[in-house]
Design a protein around this ligand. Structure first.
Ligand code: GLN
Length: 195
């Protein structure tokens, strides 16, 4: 059985995530209402503006539905603003978050000149170490990782992609490069959670 992945479509670049999923042959759907979470076996929370996303999530009553989704063991992948929303703690400034992964995220933390940049990062997504291209846009920095969190990719020695159980986060935008390995990895997590 193949899986269907939802892409949270409240704000941000959700459509590009669906395009990448399409390229790797994974069915997807835009999720605009909490009840649509029942139809999918994994969820991508895209980049955008985390404060706005948080407001929209609360206005649409997404928080309890996401808590239920996570408690049911369904995988969630948060990129950039999505990482911020999934973190245990958020700094600069602090704001509410779901706390599904034991990390501290500092918002907009890559400095003025480098607010947005493209670089190579060193990733290990289960097939050995590989350099992958990564685009950072006013990206958060992972300032602390809890003991249960695995580092999956690094940039200049700092973790930029991490996983704890069914929760995956990336500080960069994997949907903006032609490398689909982050989406492949997440699709693998979703498949193993459903079998
Ligand atoms: N700077 C944004 C925030 O703090 C995140 C940027 C992004 O998702 N590209 O919410």
């Amino acid at each position: 059985m193949d899986v269907k992945i939802g892409v949270l479509a409240l704000q941000g670049d959700f459509d590009l995530h669906r395009q990448v999923l399409g390229r790797i042959g994974v069915a997807s759907v835009e999720v605009r209402k909490p009840e649509q979470l029942d139809e999918v076996s994994g969820l991508i929370m895209p980049g955008g503006e985390s404060t706005t996303l948080l407001k929209l999530m609360r206005a649409w009553d997404f928080v309890p539905a996401l808590e239920k989704f996570h408690a049911a063991g369904k995988p969630i992948f948060g990129t950039c603003a999505g990482l911020i929303l999934l973190a245990r703690e958020v700094e600069h400034p602090s704001q509410l978050s779901l706390g599904f992964i034991d990390i501290t995220a500092e918002r907009n933390a890559y400095g003025r000149q480098k607010e947005s940049f493209e670089t190579e990062i060193e990733a290990d997504l289960g097939q050995g170490k590989a350099e992958i291209k990564a685009i950072f846009i006013r990206a958060p920095r992972i300032r602390r990782l809890g003991p249960g969190v695995t580092r999956l990719a690094e940039f200049r020695g700092e973790c930029v992609m991490a996983r704890e159980g069914t929760v995956l986060v990336a500080a960069f935008h994997p949907e903006l490069t032609d490398d689909a390995s982050a989406h492949q990895y997440f699709a693998g997590m979703v498949r193993s959670a459903t079998t």
